[in-house]
Design a protein around this ligand. Structure first.
Ligand SMILES: C[S@@+](CC[C@H](N)C(=O)[O-])C[C@H]1O[C@@H](n2cnc3c(N)ncnc32)[C@H](O)[C@@H]1O
Length: 352
């Protein structure tokens, strides 16, 4: 555990910090740039989910700027730029391969696009830092299409997929932070149990934690084997037995809980009046955070009885566009199975 602190500030937020400013050079980054490979992968990098819906919610952005806070392969971004001729797009992604792929894909849109290296938790800084691009234009939309791209999952070197044997890395930005194997080497059994329980492994969290500690996996298949040893076949759910363990580890390695809360708050701040925040979540924990943050921004903390209307002076910053999350159609799920778990939520900023 030398130099690593695992903390749970609340029931929903755990984070991992190191005493060397979050950098661990003990394992070399796996990222190796290759323009040829990116060009080949351009069209298969990621199929955007709920593309029609996303573009339609952002279509009133003409004359303004939209921030795509999760560029991925630039699929949503290019669809928007095609649909709304005079919108400009500031795109960010923490993954260098995603930035490179989207730069290439969005090149035909010329000066209407800028691609930068940032995380969405940094959105407020980005607004200031990129002032020469945004200028006086209103920020009319922010898109957050959460989680990992198909490219990250499918790329054998990244360690995100339980179906491809690879070193356990899982960092979206491979140049910073601890990789997943280093995290597993440092967490003790109780810390692992807490992490797994938080991400839905209620029954077998203890057994999986013990199995991981006894083997300290360094590859994806070693981690799958550790989970399989802990969960008896008769008790395995639908889907792969190690799915939730992989997800929990990925969330911790990339500090996703912190990123999401900070990113949502910052997105609501940087939007101009009437701007829309569009968020797609891919697992229930993530969607719950999005739903709660938007509900809180809509109510401003007001608890006045509905019949009375709000008399407490709370500031209702946003209007939630639909109470329930929107999901992909059966047709979309059939053509893109990764859309099955997508939950889309939209809020409009109604107070400057
Ligand atoms: C589902 S993909 C987005 C796909 C994209 N909408 C498209 O159409 O190609 C999610 C992307 O968000 C990036 N990402 C995840 N968390 C991030 C964060 N906190 N800050 C910046 N980028 C992040 C990932 O690296 C990944 O490329």
């Amino acid at each position: 555990m030398r130099g690593v602190v695992f903390e749970c500030a609340s029931r929903t937020t755990c984070s991992l910090t190191t005493d060397d400013a979050g950098r661990d050079n003990s394992s070399a980054p796996l990222f190796v740039s290759s323009v040829d490979r990116l060009q080949m992968a351009r069209d298969t990098f990621h199929v955007p989910v709920l593309e029609r819906e996303v573009v339609s919610y952002l279509s009133a952005s003409a004359g303004g700027v939209v921030i795509d806070a999760t560029l991925g392969g630039g699929g949503h971004a290019s669809a928007l730029l095609r649909a709304v001729p005079d919108v400009r797009l500031l795109g960010l992604d923490r993954d260098p391969e995603a930035r490179e792929a989207s730069r290439q894909r969005l090149e035909p849109f010329g000066s209407r696009v800028r691609v930068i290296d940032a995380t969405f938790a940094d959105l407020r800084d980005v607004r200031e830092r990129e002032d020469d691009f945004i200028g006086a234009a209103p920020v009319r939309g922010v898109l957050m299409d959460l989680g990992v791209s198909s490219h990250q999952l499918d790329d054998g070197r990244r360690g995100f997929s339980l179906r491809v044997d690879a070193p356990l890395d899982m960092r979206m930005d491979p140049s910073t932070g601890l990789d997943a194997a280093s995290v597993l080497a440092r967490l003790d059994e109780e810390q692992l149990r807490t992490l797994l329980a938080r991400h839905g492994e209620a029954r077998f969290a203890r057994a999986i934690a013990a199995s991981i500690v006894s083997s300290r996996p360094r590859t994806t298949f070693e981690l799958v084997a550790a989970v399989e040893r802990a969960v008896p076949p008769a008790h395995r759910r639908r889907g792969h037995v190690a799915t939730r363990t992989f997800q929990a580890l990925r969330v911790l390695v990339n500090d996703e809980e912190f990123q999401l809360r900070e990113g949502l708050a910052a997105a609501l701040d940087v939007l101009d009046l009437d701007g829309v925040l569009v968020v797609i979540a891919y697992h229930s924990g993530e969607d719950r955070v999005v739903k709660d943050v938007l509900a809180e921004a809509a109510s401003g903390g007001c608890r006045c009885p509905v019949e009375l209307g709000c008399v407490c002076g709370a500031i209702h910053r946003v209007s939630v566009v639909k109470a329930s999350a929107m999901m992909a159609s059966a047709e979309e799920i059939a053509s893109n199975p990764r859309s099955r778990s997508a939950r889309l939520r939209v809020a409009r900023k109604i107070v400057p």
